[in-house]
Design a protein around this ligand. Structure first.
Ligand SMILES: C[S@@+](CC[C@H](N)C(=O)[O-])C[C@H]1O[C@@H](n2cnc3c(N)ncnc32)[C@H](O)[C@@H]1O
Length: 421
């Protein structure tokens, strides 16, 4: 019997049309960009860009001007749910249309065509990233596994950073599904361009459990317990100099260190022996104003996000798949303070809105580049009834409305529109 290394078997990630998809990334652009100052906002002052056109073509065009210049790419591609998958470019494998493929598979979307759509875009996106840049991709369980494999291939498994998870709603509502299980989370898959990427972290906040009940002149503090049970640390003792009460517990801290903290007035002793002393951790003594982020980002209700967007558009529901604004504000805040953020599946322009909101909040110097194709708004949609012919028009209008909110706060709230022709 042959052992593993002598057989022709190997781990492979392949699908019909993969080679052609890869070749798409090598093709030169076939169109040019036409400036549209009349659809732009503060054309002369702004560095933000809005490209209307197929993102594959725009990514090809950006290779010449923006290679290595983008600090962060955030994208929210179609999740391949069977309803959301559109192609503005030439179709993938053996010339079949998505509609035909769907009919053949009785409505269940195939992974191959989706991978064919994503692969050339990811390859081109990678070239745009700066050395210390990263890409964050929103996804759900339909394609999360395939996206991870695609990203391993394009960015390298060593550049995997995290699979962040966020909660979309608190509880299941409506008719119970057959399996009696309702997903209430999505992912944001993060890959770095090189090993030079770091999250900025989460700004430390004095409101996060710090207070000063004893009026300590060193400022607000919070309790850090000294004991660590079950981790193999030695039992060590600390004495309360006021009453001689001794406390013994497993801890990584030496007795000398703890005695020094007692002298410095940093230890709070309990009044009874069944409790443990704690160290005062002062807010003002952190050398780093940021703490590490955790991969679970928390709850960002999609319903609340949709309501906010609806309100911005005078109570008209113009777009169904917008990401919650604060989800992107949180992600960007934890990632970069300056530099370009690119979103080439920008939809209703939540990314641009979030950049403006965050810059206004923290005085950051982030710029945005958004790409959105002129996908028509369905005839019967509220958007069409409100006069929006294409999704890109919704995106541009949202940016104008956001600029009205934040433009007076000294941030770059404009954007220059270009269309592919
Ligand atoms: C899930 S939505 C993004 C929603 C966005 N994150 C928001 O918060 O509004 C995906 C968007 O990508 C757009 N899109 C799909 N294929 C595209 C392509 N080839 N070029 C440009 N945009 C495309 C769709 O029209 C849709 O607006």
């Amino acid at each position: 019997m042959k052992n593993g290394s002598e057989t022709d078997e190997r781990l492979e990630f392949s699908w019909p049309g993969k080679r052609e998809a890869r070749e798409e990334a090598l093709l030169p652009p076939t169109s040019r960009l036409v400036p549209c100052p009349e659809e732009s906002f503060h054309w002369d002052e702004t560095e933000n860009l809005y490209f209307e056109g197929d993102n594959l073509e725009v990514l090809r065009l950006l290779q010449e001007t923006h290679a290595g210049k983008v600090r962060l790419i955030y994208i929210d591609p179609p999740y391949n749910t069977g309803r959301d998958f559109i192609f503005c470019d030439r179709f993938h494998s053996n010339g079949e249309t998505q509609e035909k493929v769907l009919r053949k598979t009785s409505g269940k979307p195939l992974h191959g065509p989706w991978c064919s759509m994503m692969l050339p875009r990811l390859i081109l996106a990678r070239n745009l990233l700066a050395e210390d840049g990263a890409i964050c991709i929103s996804i759900d369980d339909h394609e999360a596994a395939y996206l991870r494999l695609l990203c391993d291939e394009v960015f390298g498994p060593e550049n995997f950073v995290a699979q962040l998870v966020w909660q979309t709603k608190r509880e299941a509502k409506g008719i119970p599904p057959k399996l009696m299980c309702v997903p209430n989370h999505e992912y944001i898959l993060v890959y770095a361009r090189t090993q030079n990427f770091r999250f900025l972290g989460d700004p430390r906040n004095v409101q996060d459990g710090f207070s000063n009940p004893d009026g300590d002149p060193r400022g607000p503090w919070k309790r850090q317990y000294l004991q660590r049970f079950g981790q193999g640390f030695r039992v060590r003792s600390i004495t309360n100099p006021e009453n001689g009460m001794v406390f013994s517990f497993e801890t990584p801290y030496t007795e000398e260190k703890m005695a020094q903290w007692v002298k410095e007035g940093r230890i709070i002793f309990p009044t009874s022996r069944d409790k443990f002393p704690a160290r005062k951790e002062f807010f003002g003594e952190y050398a780093n104003p940021f703490k590490p982020i955790v991969t679970s980002l928390g709850l960002f209700s999609t319903k609340v996000g949709s309501e906010e967007l609806k309100r911005l558009f005078g109570n008209v529901k113009v777009f169904d798949y917008a990401k919650p604004l604060d989800l992107l504000v949180t992600l960007f805040r934890r990632t970069i303070r300056e530099g370009i953020i690119l979103d080439f599946f920008s939809g209703s322009a939540t990314t641009g809105h979030a950049v403006m909101k965050l810059n206004a909040e923290d005085d950051g110097r982030r710029k945005f580049i958004l790409v959105q194709c002129a996908e028509p708004c369905g005839e019967k949609t509220h958007a069409a009834q409100a006069g929006f012919a294409h999704i890109s028009e919704i995106g541009k209008e949202r940016l104008r409305r956001a600029a009205m909110q934040f433009g007076t706060l000294g941030i770059d709230s404009g954007f220059r529109v270009f269309k592919t022709e």
